[in-house]
Design a protein around this ligand. Structure first.
Ligand SMILES: [Fe+2]
Length: 248
């Protein structure tokens, strides 16, 4: 009896062989492909996870939803950090850099009951598309925070609008995007992760209707249900979003 990894890898090899047959791939083309893969051994380590996430992370998130009834999960991406400040109702930003964004909603179970004590992590880029903790000039207390959900399940957090950004594209991952006829841009988005005892960890993103690149996200992460049309309130944009958690 085969293990699960044996089954998956055997099918993967079979699928690649079928593609080679379909396109009459020559030995020279095969050697060129091996040469391309060798570039991953010479560049920065992040190129391998970057390419895998670029091609397959959104698919894994969709597969997860086959077994869930709660809110739609989506890519985590490479910029999540565990150690972030606990926030009350405001994420620290360099507020002068972007439009104000209010994020509000509830964290509930499938029946709509508040999940008190849930930990809601929010992180997003600054107005230039950069993440704190990944640049010298952006300490980790900016543009990210952890909100502890109270007895009503409701949250209301002020921050600033994120911006589109490119994934690193000067290495093999970028070359691969070129082969796929794709650009390296991600649309502006906010990341969320919700953790609560007794529930499946929920990781997702929110995108903005009409935003640049929302129709051609380079990592193909956008799903219609994750695209929001923010309301205007007192000069701020309001993103209304609920997180419905699946039981563990
Ligand atoms: Fe991101």
């Amino acid at each position: 009896m085969s293990t699960r990894s044996e089954l998956v890898i055997q099918d993967l090899v079979k699928a690649v062989r079928e593609v080679l047959w379909r396109h009459d791939v020559t030995f020279e083309e095969y050697r060129a492909a091996v040469g391309f893969l060798m570039k991953y051994t010479k560049g920065p380590e992040f190129e391998v996870p970057l390419t895998c996430d670029m091609l397959f992370n959104a698919t894994i998130s969709d597969i997860e939803m086959k077994h869930r009834k709660g809110s739609i999960s989506n890519l985590e991406g490479p910029y999540f950090l565990e150690a972030v400040p606990e926030i009350a109702d405001r994420i620290k930003t360099r507020g002068e850099q972007g439009d104000e964004l209010i994020i509000e909603g509830r964290v509930t179970d499938l029946a709509g009951n508040a999940v008190e004590g849930a930990q809601l992590y929010i992180w997003h880029s600054d107005s230039q598309g950069f993440y704190s903790g990944f640049r010298e000039d952006l300490p980790t207390d900016l543009y990210r925070g952890r909100k502890v959900i109270g007895p009503t399940g409701a949250f209301h957090v002020r921050t600033t609008m994120p911006a589109p950004y490119t994934i690193p594209h000067d290495g093999p991952s970028g070359e691969l995007l070129g082969f796929l006829g794709r650009h390296p841009w991600r649309p502006a988005h906010v990341h969320f992760k919700v953790r609560a005892a007794g529930f499946v960890e929920h990781t997702t993103q929110a995108y903005f209707a009409g935003g640049q690149w929302v129709d051609s996200d380079c990592v193909e992460g956008v799903r219609p249900a994750l695209v929001h049309e923010p309301e205007e309130r007192g000069g701020a944009k309001v993103l209304k979003i609920n997180f419905v958690l699946d039981p563990a």
